[in-house]
Design a protein around this ligand. Structure first.
Ligand code: G3P
Length: 219
C-alpha cells in the first residue's frame, strides 16, 4: 500500500519525504488556506520534493471553469494529479482529463455508487472520506471494504482506492487489510505509525545496558 501525506505544509512534506517512505501528497483548499502559501507556487515546490502523485484541487464547481483550472494545474508538473469533487461536473472533467492522460483524484466520495461512477469516469484515484463518515455515526471503513470488493469484482475498473480523512493508525492498517491501494494521512498520523510504547521502553533498556558494556561499535 502506498502512503501519501495529506498536508500543504512544505516542512512536513520535506521531513517525511526524507524517510524514503512517502509515495505522494494530497492537498485540498482548506489545507492550502491553512498554509498561507500561494497555491500554484506551493504545488510546484511540492512536486520538486516528491516524485509521486501530488493532488492539486480545482477551486470552481462549474464544468467549464473546473476544466480550465484542471488543464492548467496539469501543466504545473508531470506528477500533478488534478483533484476534482465527486459531482456530475467533476466527473465530466475527470473523464476529459483522464482521456488526455492526466492523473485525476476524485474527492469527497461518500458512497460506493459514487466510487463506481468515479471509476467509470477513468479516475486514477477515488478518495472516500472515512473519518467524516465516522464523525456522523456512519461506518467509514465499511465503505472502503465495499468499494474494494466492488472494484475487485470488476477488473476492468483501474481506479485506485485512496483512503482519505484518516483519523488514526487503525484506519491505515484496516485499509491495508482490505486491499486499499493508498492511504493519505495527516503528518501526525504517519508519525504515529512509527511508534509503540514498548518500542520506546525496550530501546531505553538496550541503550542503558549497552552503556554498561563500556564498548563502542565505531572507533
Ligand atoms: O484531504 C482530504 C481529506 O483527507 C480531508 O480529511 O481530516 O479534513 O476530514 P479531513
Amino acid at each position: 500500500m502506498k502512503f501519501f501525506v495529506d498536508t500543504a505544509d512544505i516542512n512536513d512534506i520535506k521531513d517525511l519525504a526524507a524517510t524514503g517512505l512517502l509515495d505522494g501528497v494530497t492537498t485540498n483548499p482548506s489545507l492550502v488556506a491553512k498554509s498561507g502559501r500561494n497555491f500554484v507556487e506551493l504545488i510546484k515546490e511540492i512536486c520538486t520534493v516528491v516524485d509521486g502523485p501530488v493532488s492539486a484541487e480545482v477551486a470552481s464547481v462549474d464544468y467549464e471553469t473546473m476544466l480550465e483550472e484542471g488543464k492548467y494545474l496539469a501543466t504545473l508538473a508531470p506528477n500533478v494529479a488534478v483533484k476534482v469533487p465527486l459531482t456530475e461536473a467533476g466527473l465530466k472533467v475527470c473523464k476529459y482529463l483522464s482521456g488526455k492522460g492526466t492523473m485525476v483524484n476524485v474527492t469527497l466520495c461518500f458512497s460506493s455508487a459514487q466510487a463506481l461512477l468515479a471509476a467509470k469516469a477513468g479516475a486514477t484515484f477515488v478518495s472516500p472520506f472515512v473519518g467524516r463518515l465516522d464523525d456522523i455515526g456512519q461506518d467509514g471503513m465499511g465503505l472502503i471494504e465495499e468499494i474494494c470488493h466492488m472494484y475487485q469484482a470488476q477488473p476492468d475498473l483501474k481506479t485506485q482506492v485512496l483512503v482519505a480523512s484518516v483519523r488514526h493508525p487503525r484506519h491505515v492498517v484496516d485499509a491495508a487489510k482490505m486491499g486499499a491501494h493508498v492511504a493519505t494521512c495527516p503528518p501526525a498520523i504517519i508519525r504515529q505509525l512509527f511508534g509503540h510504547p514498548l518500542t520506546d521502553k525496550g530501546l531505553a533498556q538496550f541503550v542503558a545496558d549497552w552503556a554498561k558494556t563500556g564498548q563502542k561499535i565505531l572507533k
